[in-house]
Design a protein around this ligand. Structure first.
Ligand SMILES: O=C(O)CCC(=O)C(=O)O
Ligand SMILES: [Fe+2]
Length: 372
């Protein structure tokens, strides 16, 4: 393979670089060939090495001919033992965002492997038998009590609603699903613009460009459904929000202000500490769902976030709230069409006990549930 690339690089002018990527079933390597008058320098990097330091070796053409495969020296110099990284190679699809890009470069077959985004820094474990987790309400010295607040008609904030074991389970399920087919990826638009977060869909698929159009998603792998325990938690939160409204407002039918719903869409977002999401409306669901004001139910886990909402797409007129780990925000009925977005993630604000249990990366996991 190396010789083939070098032959191909013979067409290169001097002092020029060419970047090859090769993939075998174990790892992806990138090869940067720098050609000058006398020598050809080859930089070999695995994906992991690409992120840290690169290795390069300067060899003449004759040296290289002695090393028809990856030079031994480079293999021996690996500073760390290789970690096993599960990689997903998506099938070619009509959707450019998911294309695995087996492109013919004219020099070598180039195949881009999309490494799934891992929301945890290393393997997170489930508690062992008999091992106790600090309950969510006893993190630190203060008690985190559940509060329920109506922010405006149809919009309810339940703070500290999701218990610590439930948050641990959310992270572990999302991590597992996020590493598999159809898992976390950085979504974007056809023009190349990208959202500043990682996302995946459970249940029905949504994409910022193609929305819910199934045919536009080509042969992207089908995702798993929404875990049952997530659905139960959404329904419980909705019932509690409705009870709060019922108690506060003299209404004959609470459904008029906040209807119930059965989620069939869950968009999971992961924001690293510089992640954000501009003001937008969630209005890609079916006409019927939007007309009835079927609510969006949002779970926050990890670092807290500055969340803006308002009736106009104008940051200066928007209200701001802090969404913390374990909070549930619901907006339906008259609030279903609010503009909303995330302006910042507050680093180092995730509960310590949660990080200890899960090794969640710095950042915030957000799940929004809707009924299409
Ligand atoms: O992260 C959040 O709190 C909001 C996410 C959101 O608005 C969306 O996914 O549409
Ligand atoms: Fe949204």
């Amino acid at each position: 393979m190396l010789c083939k690339m070098l032959q191909d690089s013979s067409s290169l002018s001097n002092n020029s670089y060419v970047d090859f990527e090769t993939t075998d079933d174990k790892e992806t390597s990138s090869m940067l060939i720098f050609k000058s008058k006398r020598r050809t320098r080859v930089d070999l990097k695995t994906q992991a090495e690409k992120k840290s330091s690169s290795k390069s070796v300067s060899l003449s053409i004759s040296d290289l001919e002695k090393h028809p495969t990856r030079p031994k020296r480079l293999q021996d110099e690996d500073p760390e033992p290789k970690k096993h990284v599960r990689r997903y190679v998506p099938p070619a699809s009509s959707n450019p965002k998911f294309t695995s890009a087996k492109q013919s470069t004219g020099h070598a077959e180039k195949q881009t492997v999309i490494s799934p985004f891992d929301i945890c820094t290393c393997y997170s474990r489930k508690p062992l038998m008999g091992e106790t987790i600090i309950p969510a309400r006893n993190i630190g010295n203060h008690i985190n009590t559940v509060t329920r607040e109506i922010l405006q008609p149809g919009m309810v904030l339940l703070t500290n609603y999701i218990s610590l074991p439930e948050q641990v389970n959310i992270i572990s399920r999302c991590r597992e699903l996020g590493l598999g087919p159809g898992g976390f990826h950085q979504p974007g638009y056809q023009d190349g613009a990208k959202l500043r977060l990682q996302t995946m869909c459970l249940g029905k698929r949504w994409d910022p460009e193609t929305k819910y159009e199934e045919h536009a998603l080509g042969n992207v792998p089908k995702t798993l459904g929404i875990p049952d325990e997530f659905v139960l938690l959404v329904k419980k939160a909705l019932t509690d929000a409705q009870l709060l409204i019922k108690k506060n407002e003299k209404l004959r039918d609470v459904e008029e202000m906040l209807p119930g719903m059965s989620p069939d869409v869950c968009i999971v977002n992961f924001y690293t500490t510089n992640g954000k999401l501009g003001l937008h409306q969630d209005r890609d669901e079916s006409k019927d769902s939007l007309r009835k004001g079927l609510p969006v139910v949002s779970f926050s886990v990890g670092d807290s976030a500055e969340f803006l909402y308002g009736d106009e797409r104008d940051i200066s007129k928007a209200e701001s709230i802090l969404l913390k780990s374990g909070d549930v925000l619901i907006f339906g009925g008259k609030s279903r069409h609010i503009y909303h977005g995330v302006t910042s993630i507050n680093p180092n604000t995730a509960p310590r006990a949660l990080l200890k249990e899960t090794n969640l990366r710095p950042g915030r996991l957000n799940l929004t549930f809707r009924q299409f």
